[in-house]
Design a protein around this ligand. Structure first.
Ligand SMILES: Cc1cc2nc3c(=O)[nH]c(=O)nc-3n(C[C@H](O)[C@H](O)[C@H](O)COP(=O)(O)OP(=O)(O)OC[C@H]3O[C@@H](n4cnc5c(N)ncnc54)[C@H](O)[C@@H]3O)c2cc1C
Ligand code: SF4
Length: 577
């Protein structure tokens, strides 16, 4: 077992105290600003954390620049809903369109680990059909590669996080999970009961990136349900605990509380570094041989657009005018049901049972593509908000329903919304505290999306009723933003190629959820991390050629299984044979 380092951990913006699950045994590497790093990664979130770790392990000089803090899980996190709002990106954004998305809290993360810190850790894969949706259904777009190319990375990340789940998962590309499932909570029981009554198959106990028992030195789940609040225990996977420690041990540097404002180009029209502001608002310039933007589906296009310069007046990598476009969110309607018996939905991780029976296009329905149904377990503050919207509860009525919290269960739709060019991120006139124009997000539902949501919502309500709920209400909402810098083979219709390299600038990359051309109805986190591991393999296989040549070698890279973080790879709880 590695010894945790407690005590001061000097970072450029001040000292950190590290908690026991952030095992870092060496001081953090420091790179000079005026010496070019091999790679600067903007944003150390779900994708950025995996990239940082892989590139550092392969021997590159790599710096992650992160807008939020380097969390000390001991000091900064609490097992308390009200005390966890600082985990989210709460900075001002403008939302618009006919079906505006709720931004801010509960949308994306800010801080080392990004959204993987507050995700619920549901980890389904995309289905093979997601990769050729346009050919099959005539909507959206095909991915530039088939499912089979990502499959080995799904398998690798499932070992790396690791992911607990059933021995046999029947949907998409049927497979089993290497690590045993979790026991059921009250909400899972409701989903199973309702689905079983209606003859719908259910996956029980995962797939979820939470340790399902005690194994090695990784703390196990204690079923208190604070997963979305970070999981102070350390049972839930986030790149903060699975990848970042290994990255730092292998020579990566992280500059936290540092907001990248612009990507700069040299006279050769190639990227030569990034300009960023530290916490005190001081301006810095970090030289880099290549830059990877991993800032999430809103901040990534914002940064590319804000980096417009002579020759790239429309924003960087935007000759196709697709930067910011094809932004997607999944329909995430929450259906709440009251039961006579106690449910206690705060107990157990919210993510522990689901069905993908309705995932694929069904010619019997009047829309294409489909949806999943999943457990969610809102804690009291989230529940109160849902009851205000779904039931109009207020004052005494709200108080009464809150006293009844333990009798309610919540299950949710996760429905595929198609990629549309008008659903997009642009720059607003307003600016943030550094004077950087903020993002404006425009979102409209289209005919297929509306029909899918209506059908899916009613199906979830039917499951809740079949489970025996005496009262059922629902809240319409959206989850999981992706798209807005999509990948494709055609430089006229996409921002990056199949490995995340921008079509326009050969040493500028994008690697996060924004490169996804379509989203399916699987939660995106596993796919985002699998894509990051694949991009890292490509960069590593290209060696130094990336830094000074514009020639693109599109050969599929060998998979580097040896680069997985040894502290978490294979450290799940084996299932009983
Ligand atoms: C409540 C909730 C629950 C979720 N549950 C699940 C789930 O169960 N399963 C699942 O698969 N997904 C889930 N998700 C979604 C998942 O968290 C995201 O899809 C994923 O984290 C996105 O990864 P990313 O790499 O694109 O961006 P992020 O993980 O958000 O990382 C982006 C990082 O970049 C930083 N950054 C942005 N701009 C800049 C800049 N200019 N300079 C410096 N740093 C910058 C940000 O601070 C952030 O840390 C959930 C999300 C929420 C909100
Ligand atoms: S329920 Fe388990 S995974 Fe969720 S916060 Fe608690 S210990 Fe962590």
């Amino acid at each position: 077992m590695k010894q945790p380092l407690f005590g001061k951990f000097g970072a450029p913006n001040g000292d950190h105290m590290l908690g026991p699950i952030q095992k870092i045994t060496v001081p953090m590497q420091r790179y000079a600003e005026n010496e070019p790093a091999d790679y600067v990664i903007v944003g150390v979130g779900a994708a950025g954390g995996v990239l940082l770790q892989r590139l550092a392990r392969a021997g590159f000089r790599v710096i992650g620049i992160e807008a939020g803090p380097f969390w000390d899980t001991e000091r900064d996190w609490v097992s308390d809903e009200a005390g966890s709002h600082n985990l989210y990106w709460e900075d001002l954004r403008i939302t618009g369109g006919q079906d505006p998305l709720t931004l801010g809290a509960n949308n994306c993360g800010k801080g080392v680990g990004g959204g993987s810190v507050h995700w619920a850790a549901f980890c389904p894969r995309l289905h093979p059909s997601d990769f050729h949706m346009h050919s099959a259904d005539g909507v959206g777009v095909d991915w530039p590669f088939p499912y089979g190319e990502l499959k080995p990375y799904y398998e690798l990340l499932e070992l790396e996080m690791p992911v607990a789940g059933p021995a046999y998962y029947p949907w998409g590309d049927p497979h089993g999970y290497p690590y045993g499932p979790h026991p059921m909570g009250g909400v899972g029981d409701v989903l199973i009961r309702g689905c079983t009554k209606l003859g719908i198959g259910v996956s029980i106990g995962g797939p979820v990136a939470i340790i399902s028992g005690s194994h090695g030195d990784r703390p196990h789940c204690i079923y208190r349900g604070f997963c979305i609040q970070g999981c102070k225990v350390g049972a839930k996977a986030s790149t903060l605990i699975t990848h970042v420690p290994d990255a730092l041990e292998n020579g990566a540097e992280i500059r936290d509380n540092s907001m990248v404002a612009r990507i700069e180009l040299g006279k050769d029209r190639r990227v030569n570094g990034v300009m960023y502001f530290d916490q005190e608002g001081r301006e810095h310039f970090q030289k880099a041989k290549a830059v990877i933007v991993s800032g999430y589906a809103i901040e990534t296009p914002r940064l590319l657009l804000n980096s417009a310069c002579p020759g790239f007046e429309n924003g960087l990598a935007n000759s196709s005018d697709t930067v910011g476009r094809y932004l997607m969110a999944q329909a995430g309607n929450v259906v709440l049901g009251r039961f006579e018996e106690l449910i206690r939905m705060y107990k157990a991780p919210p993510a522990h049972a689901m069905t993908e029976e309705f995932y694929e296009t069904d010619p019997q329905r009047d829309f294409v593509r489909g949806f999943a149904i999943q457990t969610v377990g809102p804690l009291p503050i989230a529940f109160a908000k849902q009851m205000m919207v779904a039931k109009g509860a207020w004052g005494w009525g709200l108080r009464r329903v809150m006293m009844d919290y333990n009798h309610w269960a919540a299950i949710a739709l996760l429905g595929e919304i198609l990629p549309w060019p008008e659903n997009r991120v642009t720059l607003a006139n307003e600016k943030d505290r550094f004077g950087i124009p903020i993002a404006k997000v425009t979102f409209n539902l289209h005919e297929n999306d509306k029909k899918l949501i209506e059908f899916g919502k009613n199906k979830v309500i039917g499951v809740m009723r079949a489970a025996g709920a005496e009262e059922v209400v629902q809240e319409s909402r959206y989850a999981h933003l992706v798209g807005a810098a999509r990948m494709g083979n055609d430089s006229r219709t996409s921002v990056v190629d199949r490995y995340g390299r921008t079509h326009d600038i050969s040493n500028l990359f994008v690697c996060d959820g924004s490169i996804m051309p379509t989203q399916g109805s699987a939660n995106p986190g596993l796919t985002i991390q699998a894509l990051a591991a694949r991009t890292a393999d490509y960069l590593i296989s290209q060696g130094d050629a990336i830094f000074d040549s514009s020639k693109r070698n599109m050969e599929r890279p060998p998979m580097r299984e040896d680069l997985s973080p040894p502290a978490t790879w294979g450290k799940g709880v084996p299932r009983l044979k």
